[in-house]
Design a protein around this ligand. Structure first.
Ligand code: UD1
Length: 341
């Protein structure tokens, strides 16, 4: 029988790409989103790609009653992928309570509703930010967690702990926490992509908006890191590859292959790429010249981090298939479409 997956935050960036891949693998998808940081029109993009309209509910999962009502309305949910959360690092420093209240309450409400309705499978959006600046690279899932350097990062650490503790007393639920490195790019169709609100904080939307003429120039934060070209290094993963890993995680839970009640997986490419290399890739695939200047380090940034992805490769039978160039080109095609360039 067709399984139903509730995708919270499903009109958001990673959620929408994951909804598409689930639907294309014949999962029945229900999207719930508050629409605070995303738009209803994302559903049209999903429908154009998959030729199906996903079921959609507008609700704020930080509200307990709304969450319980949602699970009552959809009694046949087999799994939840919980994306819905605030994600701006800087904003979380300015408004910590807003972040703790939203990100933690929504998770606790979802867990409570899952237990009440006997929903057995959870995939949780975590982040490589839980590792801080690790001493040894690349990071494995055994790399020690470090003190979070922002309330946002702390909500991811605490969320993983909440899930662990809750599963300890609710062994009928199994969970997979996916620790994302840096998701970038857009769907190849350019029908869905990242829609940052206001001035983007993240590198790739800033690059594409600069190329589109919305921003004067990109500031490269830091030219004196201990890296080959002096700029900071991250592991940039194409959002479609990331979405496909969620489908594998869901398959693993449904197939009963998980070895512990909560498992953690790093989702990256296994390759570290500098900010300057990102710019070079963008310029190469688009043929454009990107205006940029070197600038001071951004407070809170780590120098370098990239993933050891062996565990995900083996256990999820998942490999990234898209390159940095593919991601940059797809991000640019998306930007061009939304700006009508
Ligand atoms: C951050 C968070 C990550 C979160 C992600 C999504 C940390 C350590 N990481 O990733 O957990 O999931 O945001 O919001 O908190 N850069 C520039 N110029 C710019 C923008 C960025 O040079 O205008 C550089 C940054 O300094 C960094 C790299 O580009 O070296 C990537 O930055 P960004 O896209 O913001 O992601 P992270 O900070 O790595």
């Amino acid at each position: 029988m067709q399984k139903t997956v509730l995708v919270t935050g499903g009109t958001g960036y990673i959620g929408s790409h994951t909804a598409v891949e689930l639907m294309q693998k014949s999962y029945n998808v229900v999207i719930v989103d508050s629409l605070e940081n995303s738009e209803l029109s994302v559903l049209d993009g999903i429908e154009k790609i998959t030729s199906q309209k996903p079921k959609f509910e507008q609700a704020d999962l930080a509200e307990r009653n709304a969450t319980l009502k949602l699970f009552e309305k959809y009694p046949n949910i087999d799994a939840v992928i919980h994306f819905a959360a605030y994600k701006a690092v800087g904003e979380s420093v300015a408004f910590p309570l807003k972040y703790y209240r939203n990100n933690l309450n929504s998770l606790m409400n979802v867990l409570e509703a899952m237990a009440l309705h006997e929903v057995k499978n959870l995939v949780f959006s975590s982040s490589c930010t839980v590792y801080g600046q690790p001493d040894v690279l690349p990071v494995t899932e055994q790399t020690p967690i470090q003190e979070a350097n922002s309330p946002y990062g702390n909500t991811k650490q605490i969320s993983e702990e909440i899930i662990r503790d809750f599963l300890h007393v609710t062994p009928s639920i199994q969970a997979i926490a996916l620790r994302y490195f840096n998701p970038i790019g857009a769907h190849e169709s350019a029908l869905i992509g990242e829609l940052p609100i206001g001035v983007p904080n993240n590198l790739v939307p800033f690059i594409t908006q600069t190329a589109a003429g919305l921003r004067k120039e990109l500031s490269v934060f830091g030219d004196d890191y201990q890296t080959p070209d002096g700029s900071a290094i991250r592991d940039y993963i194409h959002v479609v590859d990331l979405a496909l890993a969620h489908v594998k995680a869901i398959d693993r839970l449904f197939n009963g292959e998980a070895k512990k009640t909560i498992e953690h997986f790093n989702l990256g490419t296994g390759k570290g790429v500098s900010v300057l290399e990102c710019i070079q890739s963008f310029e190469k695939v688009t043929g454009l010249k990107l205006p940029y200047k070197m600038a001071a380090r951004r407070p809170g940034d780590v120098e370098q981090i990239w993933a050891n992805t062996s565990f995900a490769n083996q256990e999820l039978q998942w490999q990234t298939q898209r390159s940095l160039d593919d991601a940059m080109l797809s991000a640019w095609n998306w930007e061009k479409r939304i700006r009508k360039i």
